[in-house]
Design a binder for this molecule. Structure first.
Ligand code: CA
Length: 496
């Protein structure tokens, strides 16, 4: 049984956080594959599986060798932070047997931890304005030659050198300057516009416009899918990679494998128009994480009740392109201590999760650090999250009605559908004082009782017009679902 992200009320798990202990993670996911499916997940995003420059301590984004999935003695160990290649394959196989789509995390932008220095002609670039003409060419020693001596040509004999890279951030001659363009190269045009041109992020920046590099990365992609068993992608740092290359790479893989290969890109920009430009440039060949929505959650959680909740979905991908939006609350980069730290404060997490799990739009991604906590930081799991995930499976069906009509209290309802018995729900949240709101849940519920599953509020009787007056406590959330008919009768008996 192969699932796709299009399964009704599908849900993804980002199955890692930055500060996991080293070792054993593939085995842990493997053992729990069926349990994850039972929790309602339909897709699992696994962390980067290849050897990083920091070896067994590398979270995976400091990629050294894309062909070493924990199989070769390189960078101080055979295994990666998460385990060995055999454990990775076994983990994916178990996830797929459990009916889950498996997303491989793909880092194509950069390489770190070169094996040899090369003498290269480079030009210094102004890091703040990379579109400006670079400085005079200078001879310098750069870490740009990757021979992978521990792998000895297994799977690919491709040797990476300065011809495969556009730029570096370090030379031995001028260690104080932080950005150099390899002489004769140019940054890709179709990348994010911040700093004039945001092709360069870190390490040795891969020149995806070099035809040999392009062919090698396509060859690697085919190898990876076959070798790992993964059948979908999370694409890292796509705002730093030529959009036309990404479209070409993905379509080549889809053509050659004949598979759908669901893909979601990480385009880290709070501005919807940047995301829309990228989608236009790539022919909308992938979904994107809804970064603007995350930014709104973060702001709402940090402004002590002053945030106007009516704006939560304004300028988000979820409202502009719901079919391409992967919604999330936090991730490994936004968690405390990380580069893009923008953690959604704990008190607002239930509201944020309810909005992405119970609403109709977007494909929600639950963060490991929210589901299981981040023990190294003393961060506890979001206690209401399992209940909200359950409500997504049992209640969040049918027409949606949004009540984003008040700065402090907003809500939504789902009418439910006849083919999911017991479905339908009403949700309210506030970032200030509690209160109530009259909302329509559907005329078929007239006379029926809605009980409060989350939030501890009294039950509500639905009127003849299909509306109920629902309430929420200070700074909280509440979720109501239709009580079974018998319960309604008993309740009515005692409240005559
Ligand atoms: Ca780049």
């Amino acid at each position: 049984m192969t699932q796709t992200h299009k399964e009704l009320n599908g849900m993804m798990l980002q199955a890692f956080q930055w500060e996991l202990p080293s070792g054993g993670h593939w085995n842990l996911i493997h053992k729990n594959a069926r349990m994850l499916r039972r929790l309602g997940f339909t897709a699992i995003w696994l962390p980067p599986a290849y050897k990083g420059s920091a070896g067994a301590n590398d979270v995976g984004y400091g990629v050294y060798d894309l062909y070493d999935l924990g199989e070769f003695d390189q960078k101080g160990s055979v295994a990666t932070k998460y385990g060995t290649a055999a454990e990775y394959r076994a983990c994916i196989s178990a996830l797929r047997r459990a009916g889950l789509l498996v997303l491989a995390d793909v880092v194509l932008n950069h390489r770190l931890g070169a094996d040899e220095l090369e003498h290269v002609s480079v030009r210094p670039v102004n890091p703040e304005n990379r579109a400006a003409a670079p400085g005079e060419a200078m001879e310098a020693d750069c870490y740009t030659r990757f021979t992978f001596p521990g792998r000895k040509g297994r799977y690919s004999r491709f040797v990476w050198d300065h011809r495969c890279f556009t730029g570096v951030d370090y030379t031995t001659q001028d260690p104080s300057h932080s950005l150099f363009l390899v002489d004769g190269k140019r940054w890709a045009d179709d990348v994010d516009a911040e700093h004039g041109n945001f092709d360069y992020l870190m390490g040795a920046d891969v020149d995806v416009q070099n035809p040999e590099v392009k062919q090698e990365l396509i060859r690697w992609g085919i190898w990876y899918l076959k070798n790992s068993g993964a059948d979908a992608f999370r694409l890292d740092a796509v705002k730093h990679i030529s959009a036309s290359f990404l479209a070409e790479w993905l379509s080549a893989l889809r053509r050659k494998t004949g598979k759908e290969l669901f893909a979601v890109g990480e385009y880290w920009n709070y501005d919807l128009s940047a995301l829309e430009t990228f989608l236009a440039r790539t022919g909308s060949c992938m979904s994107l994480f809804d970064v603007p929505l995350h930014a709104h959650f973060n702001e709402a959680s940090r402004s002590g009740g002053a945030y106007d909740l009516r704006n939560l979905f304004a300028g988000t991908l979820t409202d502009a392109r719901p079919e391409l939006s992967v919604t999330f609350v936090d991730n490994h980069d936004t968690q405390p201590g990380q580069a893009l730290e923008s953690w959604v404060d704990g008190w607002f997490k239930p509201a944020a999760y309810a909005l992405i799990l119970l609403g109709r739009s977007g494909f929600p991604c639950v963060f490991w650090g929210d589901l299981y906590g981040i023990p190294s930081r003393g961060i506890k799991a979001v206690s209401q999250l399992p209940a909200l995930m359950r409500l997504r499976r049992t209640g969040a069906f049918g027409e949606e009605h949004r009540y984003f009509d008040d700065a402090d209290i907003v809500g939504l309802t789902r009418e439910g559908t006849a083919n999911v018995p017991g479905s339908g729900l009403a949700f309210l949240c506030t970032n200030a004082r509690g209160g109530e709101k009259r909302m329509y849940v559907g005329s078929r519920f007239a006379g029926q009782v809605f009980r409060c599953d989350v939030g501890g509020r009294p039950p509500v009787v639905i009127g003849r017009d299909g509306c109920g007056v629902f309430s929420v406590a200070d700074g909280g959330i509440s979720v109501y679902t239709p009580a079974p008919k018998l319960k309604t009768l008993i309740w009515r008996f005692f409240h005559r």
